[in-house]
Design a protein around this ligand. Structure first.
Ligand SMILES: Cc1cc2nc3c(=O)[nH]c(=O)nc-3n(C[C@H](O)[C@H](O)[C@H](O)COP(=O)(O)OP(=O)(O)OC[C@H]3O[C@@H](n4cnc5c(N)ncnc54)[C@H](O)[C@@H]3O)c2cc1C
Length: 415
């Protein structure tokens, strides 16, 4: 079987679907080829937070110190498994190099540009297409349990306000007033990010796919792409379901990014940052605001349809093992702050965040062909950045003004 399209998008996560949706809006014929099922990578089980407040990258001196302390400690929220893997060692060195103040500031500005644009576009897409995904835009509350951690909250707030990002420091009393489900004795203070929003990511994936089909796009699941053959005019995409042909190609393959990219001359420094989530039916007394629980290093996202606890960052290679201790840590971390029953049975999930060493996504053409674009490496921010990524990819492939400076996201910056 051979099928022809203007653009083929490989990968049916939030980023691939957003690219497809935006390209269809420009009148291109588009097909999404997904190796398994839509959202099966990192896109459906995540915490669904849209966080312009998280412009501050992980690449900062404090993370480096924390990372070094966590090497080999299998029960810490940030787990780095030491291993003799050249790509991983190189990735670690690059990450360390990006932890300076200057690099942090540059990354913050570039992340902020995508995050702000994406929030605006996501809201627009949800409204225009009537995407049913439990969207709420009432802000995000970061909760600090220990007095000694509050100076960290002050620092974050100072950096964010220096860059014009609205976040408010709250006393313990103000934090409890915002979210009465918190246990009074567990709260020392908080940070409130009024512009953040949240949605249910599995519903968002399903609804975005519906919008892609409504615009005339084709989505083929269970269709792993094995090889990309390309010349000046076309890409021939070799899959287990025959060959597909397109004049342009987008690789939105998340943490699998390096695999296919190698074939088109790109070495992508991406490591899988494994994270866990547990989704339970909302217990009585559940929070109504999405929360980040600082000392537990986890997020809590409430929807009418359930409550999700998510967190941990394991840099342990590409494995999908669910370690029971990690799920137990999500329950106990939540119980430390919340006055509701988190012991009920729920759905356990792991996914790989596509982590780059400078905390910026990789969006742009490959060195071998302007017709092949990469869109991956969104790390902890794929839901928050997908709409702006889709828009940027569509503008680049259609030769339009990109709207935001694409330089910082260049896919060839690590070549
Ligand atoms: C616990 C956890 C919580 C998170 N919470 C948030 C949050 O609150 N907010 C936020 O913004 N982000 C969050 N993230 C990050 C977010 O989930 C990711 O950044 C995002 O899902 C990445 O999307 P993607 O489309 O790039 O990758 P993926 O969703 O992984 O999609 C890539 C797809 O490509 C397919 N694929 C790969 N190779 C091939 C091939 N050769 N042929 C065909 N198909 C292929 C895969 O099957 C997969 O479906 C979280 C992540 C985790 C793990």
């Amino acid at each position: 079987m051979e099928r022809r399209f203007d653009v083929i998008v490989v990968g049916g996560g939030v980023v691939g679907l957003a690219c497809a949706y935006a390209l269809l809006g420009k009148g291109r014929s588009v097909c999404v080829l997904e190796g398994e099922d839509l959202g099966n990578g990192a896109s459906q089980g995540n915490c669904g937070l849209l966080t312009p407040s998280h412009a501050l990258p992980l690449t900062r001196p404090a993370t480096l110190r924390q990372g070094l302390r966590c090497i080999g400690k299998a029960d810490s929220p940030l787990y780095v498994r030491p291993r003799l893997d050249l790509d991983f060692l190189l990735w670690g060195l690059r990450f360390a190099r990006h932890c300076g103040q200057k690099q942090m500031g540059r990354a913050l500005r570039a992340r902020s540009a995508l995050l702000e644009r994406s929030l605006e576009l996501t809201r627009e897409w949800i409204t225009t297409e009537g995407l049913e995904c439990e969207w709420q835009s009432g802000g995000l509350l970061e909760v600090y349990g220990e007095e000694s951690a509050l100076s960290g909250a002050d620092q974050v707030q100072a950096i964010l306000s220096e860059h014009g990002l609205d976040s408010r420091r709250l006393s313990a009393k103000e934090t409890l007033e915002r979210e009465p489900a918190l246990t009074a004795s567990s709260v020392a203070g908080g940070l409130f990010h009024p512009r953040d929003a949240h949605l249910r990511p599995d519903s968002f994936v399903a609804e975005l796919a519906r919008a892609v089909r409504d615009r005339g796009g084709v989505i083929q699941t269970d269709c792993p792409v094995h090889e990309i053959l390309h010349d000046d005019r076309a890409q021939r995409i070799r899959t287990s379901r025959g060959d597909w042909v397109s004049s342009q190609l987008v690789m939105a393959t998340g943490a699998w990014g390096p695999d296919l990219a190698r074939g088109v001359g790109l070495r992508l420094p991406i490591q899988a940052g494994k994270g866990y989530a547990l989704t339970i039916p909302s217990p009585s007394g559940a929070p109504t605001m999405p929360l980040l629980l600082h000392e537990a290093n986890m997020a809590v996202t409430p929807w009418p349809s359930g409550l999700r606890l998510g967190g941990t960052m394991e840099l342990s290679g590409r494995n999908l093992d669910i370690l029971p201790g990690r799920i137990a840590a999500l329950r106990s971390g939540g119980a430390r702050f919340l006055d509701c029953d988190l012991t009920v049975e729920g759905d356990e999930w792991v996914g790989w965040r596509p982590m780059t060493p400078d905390e910026l996504p990789l969006i742009g053409p490959s060195p071998t062909s302007k017709r092949i674009l990469v869109a991956t490496g969104h790390g902890m921010m794929g839901v928050s950045m997908c709409a702006a990524t889709g828009d940027l990819v569509a503008r680049m492939l259609c030769g339009e003004d990109p709207g935001i400076d694409p330089g910082p996201y260049s896919a060839t910056r690590f070549q």
